[in-house]
Structures are given as structure tokens and as C-alpha cells.
Design a protein around this ligand. Structure first.
Ligand code: LLP
Length: 434
């Protein structure tokens, strides 16, 4: 469910025609729907209500501080994976006590920063990291709350680049070693092991990995308690899939079905770290067609968004629905199933201006005829769009708009050329002499 819909041949975000926003703020631009964001957060809150979960919105998904602020105002905490993400969450008004901190490579500086801001819990991924956090906490006169991140060795069947719980990836502690690692810190003055963390991968379109993950969590928590660690939390991470190509995602309740009984049985507080489920379908990327051409028997739509704006198709061959923002007479609504040819469409490739053959948003897609200036909407671009964007080819990052009802607010201005070189203007090369 989202709040992007066609009305009178025009795409609307809530109550505003998308073309009006493109006209006012230019393209490429990310447009987010407030109601869709809140709807998905509410879905999770409702499905898991029985466990009174600590829902920690995953900042890496879309870290715009205003999106984070909306999350906070609706009762979410935050999952961060760097000092920068923690800074974003704090800037959005979060308290440290609502932040869980994951990541395989936390620097000493980041650990200090998190502890000084009273982070709620670290998700720890190696024995060395555990002892480093313990030592830093002790030096600050603090006790660090820890969840041990377990690699449960499951087949979640996501993309090879986003599977995090198969054997041999860099994430977490091997399930066979967790108990030994925990035994080594019983009684440590700077460490309180309070939970385990299982982020299985992303995006996951089946509840089965969560069922298996829960099954594996139970004996680990029981053994940790026997060792003397007073385990109070089970963190099941994020990963809940969304609709990209068609209506294929599960409702939050399908995941809750397995997770809730586990939490109850273990008498733990549940932590979740959803990102994509909340913001993925709450955002679109709007671009303008620059040129069309035919090359080597293929039809190309060259438009002004590129892999630097939305890298998912390039990086993972991800599928994003694309359609025209306005529907001139004779143009159909976007299809329910994008594999099938709609009337009045033909096979086209949607590419950007970046100097790489891998710069595309869609390949071999049945799309309507477009021309210079036609606006295109790339759907489900709210998650891992702006947050993975770059300045490659010295392209300025896009603007972002948040729409609530019939009001729109620019929540990130388009970058300027001056922004592109600002951090390099810290010096000149005079120090090298002649
Ligand atoms: N928690 C941890 C520890 C994570 O590593 C992630 C995502 C999440 C939570 C949030 O997962 P979500 O609920 O959004 O699925 N760039 C890729 C996805 C990489 C996911 C990285 N970790 C993409 O565009 O599909």
C-alpha cells in the first residue's frame, strides 16, 4: 500500500500532482509520502504490538534527518551502523537510549561517540570488537550493553551481495563460536551481554528464514543465561521485503507469526531494525527525459537520473517499476505485471547520463513512447536510493521532498556546484613550494 496513485491521467503523491513538484523543484528528485511512511511503521507496530517491541528504523535505508524525525515522532528508535548514522539519528532528536549500533568495523572513535551518547546497545560482530568495546567502556567508567550478532548459517535467498546469514560472510559470530566468546566475558566490568542479534539479509520475501532464525535463537539464549548472562533482548534485525515488480511482499503479520511466540517463550524484549519495509514504497525518483535514440537495434530513453542517484539496478540488477508521470491520451496506467506487454508500449532501455554502460534504471522494458521533457517516475525508490547516492561524474545529488496531504516540504535541497568542491577547498598546494 502506498500513496502514489494516478488520478485524471496524472500521478499524485498524496494530494499533489507529481508534475507540479517536478516543475517547481526540478529533476532528478526524490519524492516521499508521509502517510506511506507512517502507514508502514504502524503496520509493524500493530503486528508486533503484543511484544511491545523496540522498533529501530534502519538509518542506512534513508537517513534524511526529516524522515528520521517523522520516525521518532511516531515512536521509532534507530538502528545505526556508523558514527555518521548515529549523528543523523541524534540530529533528528533521538536519544542515545533509542539507538542500537551494528556493523563489523566500528572504530575506537565511533565506539567512544556511541558510549558518550549512551547508546542503548551495540550489536557486536567479533571477539576482538567485544573486548575493544569493553575496554573503552571501562576507560569511560561505563558498562556497554551488548547483543552478540550471530550468523545463523541460513539460506535467506536474497541477493548474493545482501545475504548476511550464510556461512563465510563477514557478518556476525559463527553460531558455533558464540557461546565460547560469551563465556570469555562473564563478569567483565565493562560489558553486559544482554541479547543476541540476527539480521538475516535483505530483502526477504518469505517468513521461513525468520522461523529458522527463531529456532536457532532459542537454545543460544538459554545457554547464555546458563553462563550467567542475564539476557533480556532478542534483536531479529530487519530485512522484511516490499513490492518491487508486483504485489509479492508479505504483510508484517506473517513475520510476527514466528517471531512473537519465540519472544514470549524466551521472555525477552523484541528489537526490530526495519528499513526498506517502512520507506521503500514511500518514495519515488522522478526524472526528465533528455533524449531518445536507437542504437544497435535497441531503443534508449536517456533521462536525467543516473546510477549515482539510484544504484540498485546497476549493483544488484534490481527491478524498479517505471512509468510516465503524466498519461497523455492513449497511454495506459502502469501494468500490474511488468513482464507482460501493455498495448501501446515497446521495449526500451532507461539509462542515465553517467559514462558507464552499467548506468541504467531499466533494461528491455515495455514502456510507452516518450519524448524530450517527459517525466518518468521510478517507483519503490525510497530505500537505498538517496542513501547510496554519490557524486560520481561530479553529478550533484538530487533534491528530496516530503509530501503530507496537500503540503510539500523540500527536506534536502539539490546540491550546488560549489557543494561539489567545498571539502577540497581546505587547502591550496602552496605548501609544496615551487
Ligand atoms: N539491520 C542491519 C544490521 C542491516 O544490515 C540492515 C540492512 C537492516 C537492519 C535493514 O534492512 P532492511 O529492513 O532495510 O531490509 N543496499 C541493499 C540492501 C542492503 C541492506 C544492508 N543492511 C539494497 O538496496 O537492496
Amino acid at each position: 500500500m502506498d500513496h502514489f496513485h494516478y488520478r485524471n491521467q496524472k500521478l499524485y503523491c498524496e494530494e499533489i500532482p507529481v508534475s507540479d513538484l517536478a516543475k517547481e523543484y526540478g529533476t532528478p528528485i526524490f519524492i516521499y509520502s508521509y502517510a506511506t511512511l507512517v502507514h508502514h511503521l504502524n503496520q509493524l507496530q500493530t503486528a508486533f504490538a503484543e511484544a511491545k517491541p523496540l522498533i529501530c528504523y534502519s538509518v542506512k535505508t534513508n537517513g534524511n534527518i526529516h524522515i528520521c524525525r517523522v520516525m521518532r515522532e511516531h515512536g521509532s528508535g534507530f538502528d545505526v551502523t556508523s558514527g555518521g548514522e548515529m549523528y543523523r539519528a541524534l540530529a533528528a532528536g533521538a536519544s542515545g537510549e533509542s539507538i542500537v549500533y551494528a556493523g563489523v568495523g566500528k572504530t575506537d572513535e565511533e565506539i567512544h561517540f556511541a558510549l558518550q551518547n549512551d547508546v542503548f546497545m551495540f550489536n557486536v560482530e567479533s571477539e576482538e570488537e567485544l573486548h575493544t568495546i569493553g575496554a573503552i567502556a571501562q576507560s569511560l567508567g561505563k558498562v556497554a550493553s551488548i547483543a552478540l550478532r550471530v550468523n545463523p548459517d541460513l539460506p535467506p535467498k536474497t541477493h548474493v551481495k545482501t545475504d548476511t546469514s550464510v556461512k563465510g560472510v563477514k557478518f556476525g559470530l559463527d553460531i558455533e563460536t558464540v557461546l565460547d566468546v560469551a563465556r570469555g566475558v562473564v563478569g567483565h566490568p565493562g560489558i553486559a551481554i544482554k541479547g543476541i542479534h540476527l539480521h538475516l539479509g535483505s530483502p526477504i520475501l518469505s517468513a521461513e528464514p525468520y522461523r529458522l532464525g527463531c529456532e536457532k535463537a532459542i537454545p543460544i539464549i538459554q545457554s547464555l543465561r546458563e553462563q550467567g548472562h542475564p539476557i533480556t533482548h532478542l534483536n531479529m534485525g530487519g530485512g522484511f521485503g516490499i513490492h518491487y515488480k508486483k504485489q509479492e511482499a508479505l504483510p508484517a503479520s506473517a513475520f510476527a507469526e514466528f517471531i512473537l511466540p519465540t519472544v514470549k517463550k524466551l521472555n525477552c524484549q523484541l528489537i526490530l531494525e526495519p528499513g526498506r519495509f517502512i520507506v521503500g514504497n514511500a518514495g519515488i525518483l522522478v526524472s526528465s527525459v533528455l533524449f531518445t535514440k536507437e542504437s544497435g537495434g535497441k531503443n534508449y530513453i536517456i533521462q536525467d537520473a543516473a546510477m549515482n542517484d539510484l544504484i540498485r539496478p546497476t549493483l544488484y540488477d534490481s527491478f524498479h517499476r517505471i512509468w510516465t508521470v503524466d498519461l497523455p491520451a492513449g497511454t495506459n496506467l502502469p501494468p500490474q505485471d511488468y513482464e507482460v506487454q501493455n498495448s501501446d508500449t515497446f521495449l526500451q532501455n532507461v539509462v542515465g547520463p553517467v559514462c558507464e554502460s552499467g548506468d541504467f534504471l531499466a533494461k528491455d522494458r515495455f514502456l510507452p513512447k516518450v519524448s524530450r521533457g517527459t517525466l518518468l517516475a521510478t517507483f519503490s525508490a525510497g530505500a537505498y536510493g538517496m542513501s547510496m547516492s554519490s557524486n560520481y561524474n561530479a553529478r550533484r545529488r538530487a533534491a528530496e521532498i516530503l509530501v503530507k496531504g496537500d503540503k510539500a516540504i523540500l527536506i534536502r535541497r539539490r546540491e550546488t556546484y560549489a557543494d561539489l568542491i567545498a571539502a577540497e577547498e581546505c587547502c591550496n598546494l602552496d605548501g609544496f613550494g615551487e
